[in-house]
Design a protein around this ligand. Structure first.
Ligand code: SF4
Length: 286
């Protein structure tokens, strides 16, 4: 187990001052430390975007890949060694735009990955274009007269697609964010945590103040209910003057890894493959 301080790397973030990414990074390091995950058994996987830098700042294993491909890489890591704790870090463009197809299939497979989506409703790294979660009418560099598309509701999408843990948090509610993150990291299966995270440089609409005036905690209004996918979906439809945050849905189901016969004898990375004739297998594909 490592302390939050021990999880700090020699690199310092260069995110804009006030960016919500700082809170996410601090919450993530605190949650890894409190959960007791060993750094050498933990892997952070990211794509492209301001969120893509997360693995540089946490002293675990890390992989920064290409745009939208966090989940295929994270899945491959889990299948190679399912003793590892695998955490994916994406932005809303990475997760719901470029990587949208991977998200659907990873959710229905229930691969054990904790997926943290830094959702700031804009492409920040490329200096401010409309993203899949931008609100209709939002004017950006790519939509100067206002976005004409309806945004994706990631929470509804995940509930409908069969995800076994679905949550939304606001990084400005830091203690609540950490509490939900701890739950997500413990979940045995795929966990989506959609994190409302203001981009202070390019998104002048969805600010800390804008979210603070709207978010409310599900626990305060409905308490803890038994899992019901339809009720959770209906609650997830609420977005506007009031925005619910918390765990919308959680259930226990076998993971993809649990069901693979090849993994019954332990992680592939630990199996003796010295007798496998890899040349013969490769020749079938050449
Ligand atoms: Fe954060 Fe936006 Fe700056 Fe990126 S561009 S670091 S998301 S404030």
């Amino acid at each position: 187990m490592a302390t939050t301080l021990e999880l700090k790397t020699e690199h310092n973030p260069s995110w804009c001052q006030g960016c919500g990414n700082y809170g996410i990074l601090n919450g993530l390091k605190a949650a890894i430390s409190q959960a007791g995950f060993e750094p050498h058994l933990t892997v952070l996987v990211s794509g492209i975007g301001c969120s893509g830098k997360d693995p540089h700042f946490v002293k675990t294993y890390g992989f920064e890949g290409i745009h939208g491909r966090v989940l295929p890489v994270a899945t491959a890591i889990r299948l190679a060694n399912h003793r590892l704790k695998v955490i994916g870090c994406s932005g809303d463009g990475d997760a719901y735009g470029i990587g949208g197809n991977h998200l659907l299939h990873t959710m229905r497979r229930n691969v054990e990955i904790t997926y943290l989506v830094h959702d700031n409703q804009i492409y920040g790294l490329t200096t401010g274009q409309t993203s899949p979660t931008s609100i209709k009418g939002f004017a950006t560099k790519s939509t100067p007269f206002g976005a004409i598309e309806e945004p994706i509701n990631p929470v509804s999408l995940a509930i409908a697609a069969g995800a076994t843990f679905v949550a939304r948090v606001f990084v400005g509610e830091f203690n609540h964010f950490k509490q939900v993150l701890a739950q997500a990291l413990k979940h045995k299966g795929f966990a989506l945590v959609d994190i409302l995270q203001p981009c202070v440089t390019f998104n002048y609409l969805n600010t800390y103040q804008w979210f603070s005036q709207r978010v409310y905690k599900l626990d305060d209004e409905i308490g803890s209910e038994p899992p019901d996918r339809i009720k959770a979906f209906n609650r997830a439809q609420e977005w506007g003057e009031r925005i619910p945050i918390g765990v919308f849905f959680q259930e226990t189901k076998p993971t993809y890894e649990d069901q693979l016969p090849q993994l019954k004898e332990g992680p592939l990375a630990e199996q003796d493959i010295s007798s496998v004739d890899i040349k013969k297998t490769l020749s079938e594909f050449i």
